[in-house]
Design a binder for this molecule. Structure first.
Ligand SMILES: [Zn+2]
Length: 504
């Protein structure tokens, strides 16, 4: 239903004795003109015509399905199984779900929405899924760069975390991270850190979706004296967020080299009890693999398999040093991989064999990893670009990881890795309404020959204009509707000064 049709139309006789209609400006109302009506017959027919018009409006309203929102755009990039790309497209949303996806004219005919947003110079695509990060580390952004992993961890990160990571730090750090993520198009993220209840609190304030796990370590951590304490905190968190519409509570043992076999087994048991996903770092560095081979006589993947950790949904971050036998194991268990190109490049960890993983049908999503030194930001648009280019330069094959596949990694495949592909990751009726709009009216966005190429090789996180999660708008015209940017930035600077002083 076109909005101008339902505008009230009034008639009146002017001082010159000529009947006029008002209500629609020139050229807007379909079939209704503004101005003198010279023909007397038309004057006498007017009530009849109005009645017909009202009847038409009534019938259209009566047959149209109700919706809360209609979003229209130049393109709708669905990432559905057919990868439908709809020009002059629209999405209809009712409550938290998508109820219609199609051509604008068809959606407008089929649905009568209470509200609408038209973006004729933008595209709509599914919200982005960040499959691996440590959000609250935003407050440690750039604290130490260009260092070897061991120096970075031991001289900077561990001391900074020991002195500064409190529930308040995690709350504000996650608020800062969520603000940055939503403004660059991420709607769902997978997180492992400490005080995960505060991570969940900030995520819900933001109106974002999170798969969140309390980090389990064999050492003392900022919130747990022992791994047993961390497992207990995890169980409490699993109970607290059971059935939450936005939060999926997970179990997150850090890695094979920071957890005992017994703790890894206990983590698996806990995940089984609550049917929760398990998050872990896997084969990130050559050293991790070499040490496992030396001390355990097998690869990290083989060890996890032997311990039964892979018997259930697992999100394994990195997977840089997987060999063919490892990949076979992961394939057999349908383990998902979070590929983090920025982190792997910056820490010189190596390059994951994405083409091989895909050829085996192993789901691979994209992750930013933490912003403290392995990336420094949460921009998933940048990760799409880096993932595509990294595969090309390392395989010597410019056809490796094409743009459309990089977008799938950031959307539907990321959702599959996160165990949420039945609910999110593509724009299809029945799925949750998680979507973003990207501006197409800036110099780097014109002309456009291929929408997928434009998204991966030209558009930026800063082109995100609107974000909707679970049917609810959380970003409009590049501004957060849920988080207070001024107070978050002020608090982040305050923390920055405090953390710098603590390291002196
Ligand atoms: Zn990580």
């Amino acid at each position: 239903m076109h909005r101008s049709l339902i505008r009230p139309v009034h008639s009146y006789v002017g001082q010159d004795g000529i009947l006029r209609r008002i209500g629609n400006p020139p050229g807007v109302g379909p079939g209704i003109t503004y101005g003198p009506i010279a023909n007397r017959r038309q004057v006498t027919n007017l009530p009849y015509k109005l009645a017909l018009l009202l009847l038409f409006v009534f019938c259209t309203l009566a047959t149209a399905e109700p919706a809360d929102w209609i979003y229209t755009a130049h393109y709708v990039v669905t990432m559905d199984p057919q990868h439908r790309l709809i020009e002059d497209g629209a999405i209809a949303i009712r409550a938290d779900r998508i109820v219609g996806v199609g051509k604008r004219a068809d959606i407008e005919k089929q649905f009568q929405a209470r509200q609408r947003l038209d973006r004729p110079t933008a595209l709509i695509m599914p919200g982005l899924v960040n499959t691996h990060t440590h959000a609250a580390m935003s407050l440690l952004r750039g604290i130490a760069d260009d260092l070897r992993l061991q120096d970075w961890l031991e001289k900077y990160i561990f001391p900074a975390e020991a002195k500064n990571v409190t529930p308040d730090f995690v709350l504000w750090g996650t608020r800062l991270a969520c603000l940055e993520m939503m403004l660059s198009g991420t709607t769902t993220y997978v997180d492992m850190y400490y005080f995960e209840d505060r991570v969940a609190q900030a995520t819900k304030e933001a109106g974002m979706r999170g798969v969140l796990g309390e980090t389990i370590l064999q050492f003392k951590s900022p919130d747990s004296a022992t791994p047993k304490d961390a497992l207990q905190l995890t169980e409490k968190f699993l109970q607290q967020y059971h059935g939450d519409p936005l939060i999926v509570a997970a179990v997150a043992p850090h890695a094979i080299f920071t957890n005992t076999d017994a703790d890894l087994r206990a983590a698996r048991k806990l995940a089984d009890k609550y049917k929760a996903p398990l998050l872990i770092h896997l084969s990130e560095t050559k050293r991790e693999n070499d040490d496992a081979l030396k001390t355990r006589g097998m690869s990290p993947t083989r060890l996890l398999d032997l311990l039964g950790v892979l018997e259930g949904p697992v999100i394994a971050a990195h997977g840089v040093w997987l060999d063919d036998a490892d990949m076979k194991i992961l394939k057999a268990h349908a383990t998902g991989i979070a590929h983090c190109p920025s982190s792997n490049m910056k820490l010189a960890s190596g390059v994951a064999a994405i083409g091989k993983l895909f050829s085996l049908g192993i789901p691979v999503g994209l992750g930013t990893d933490g912003p403290a030194g392995s990336n420094n930001d949460f921009d998933l648009m940048e990760e799409m670009n880096l993932a595509a280019n990294l595969q090309k330069v390392t395989t010597g094959d410019p056809t490796a990881l094409p743009a459309e596949q990089a977008i799938a990694m950031a959307t539907i495949l990321g959702a599959r890795v996160a165990g949420l592909d039945k609910e999110i990751g593509s724009l299809e009726p029945g799925k949750r309404a998680d979507l973003i709009t990207l501006r197409l009216d800036r110099p780097h966005a014109v002309p456009m020959y291929n929408v997928y190429s434009q998204i991966v090789y030209a558009l930026k996180g800063s082109d995100v204009e609107d974000v909707v999660v679970n049917g609810k708008p959380i970003v409009r015209e590049g501004r957060s509707l849920t988080l207070n940017q001024i107070s978050i930035l002020a608090k982040a600077k305050e923390y920055g000064a405090k953390i710098a002083a603590s390291l002196k």
